[in-house]
Design a protein around this ligand. Structure first.
Ligand code: 13P
Length: 252
């Protein structure tokens, strides 16, 4: 399976920065065909970034979608709108949305379902807080999130890849410069793959679980070498051209 390198820009960026970054990423992704690269800029930059990536081996993703097809939901965008804007992926259930917008597993599951039905691959995020880890509840919490957030529409058959991706992002590792030990990452990824494959009824090897939380050029190679890590979901470091391109190069 190709390693996936996903850049989540969060609420950062502008047109000039996006143009420079997309051009670099378009070049770099051509040099590293063993990486699947995805850029997830803020919604208003999607169309432009899509144009700048045109013809390149990098895909476009969004950071969230609504669970309904359309309606009176001021400020929201639907999965089909994102598809039309050129997206192939959409992040759902990011911890920042789970905490700041009180998104529950049920809401995340509905968003992921709508994404799949609209032809997008949802990147379903899960992860424990520091308190939950200290209390020894990391697996319990993450297991519950995985079971609760994967929709019925999720599937993978035989040796084909699945129509969804999971991302393990320990909340305490996001933007903190702290990461779990490689053993802890391996253990959690193995656990997530086993829970998800049972949920979906598919072979464990087709379930892709990305790691996210303080990924940078200096640790990306080690993290992506860990058993069960299908790629990385990068926040802060995805806004820096050189740093993000080095992370893409780390797939080798
Ligand atoms: P950082 O890479 O900035 O820690 O953010 C991770 C993240 O939240 C990606 O979705």
């Amino acid at each position: 399976m190709k390693k996936l390198v996903v850049g989540n820009w969060k609420m950062y960026g502008n047109s000039a920065m996006a143009k420079a970054l997309a051009a670099s990423v378009a070049r770099k992704s051509g040099d590293f065909p063993e990486a699947g690269v995805v850029l997830c800029p803020p919604h208003v930059l999607l169309a432009q970034v899509g144009q700048w990536l045109a013809g390149a081996k990098a895909a476009l993703g969004a950071q969230d979608c609504h669970s309904e097809t359309e309606g009176a939901f001021t400020g929201d965008v639907s999965a089909s709108m994102l598809k039309e804007a050129g997206c192939s992926y959409v992040i759902v259930g990011h911890s920042e949305r789970r905490s700041a917008y009180c998104e529950t597993d049920e809401m995340v599951r509905k968003k992921a379902k709508k994404a799949i039905k609209s032809g997008l691959c949802p990147i379903i995020c899960v992860g424990e807080t520091l308190e939950e880890r200290v209390q020894g509840k990391a697996e319990e919490v993450v297991g519950r999130q995985v079971r609760g957030s994967i929709p019925d529409a999720a599937k993978a058959t035989g040796d084909q890849k699945s129509n969804f991706v999971l991302a393990y992002e320990p909340v305490w590792a996001i933007g903190s410069g702290k990461i779990p030990t490689m053993d802890d990452i391996a253990q959690m990824h193995t656990y997530i793959v086993s829970v998800a494959s049972k949920c979906v009824g598919c072979a464990p090897e087709v379930v892709a679980v990305l790691y996210g939380g303080s990924v940078k050029a200096a640790n990306a190679r080690d993290i992506m070498s860990v058993r069960g890590v299908a790629g990385v979901l990068v926040g802060g470091a995805s806004l820096k051209e050189d740093e993000f391109c080095s992370i893409i190069a780390a797939v080798k």
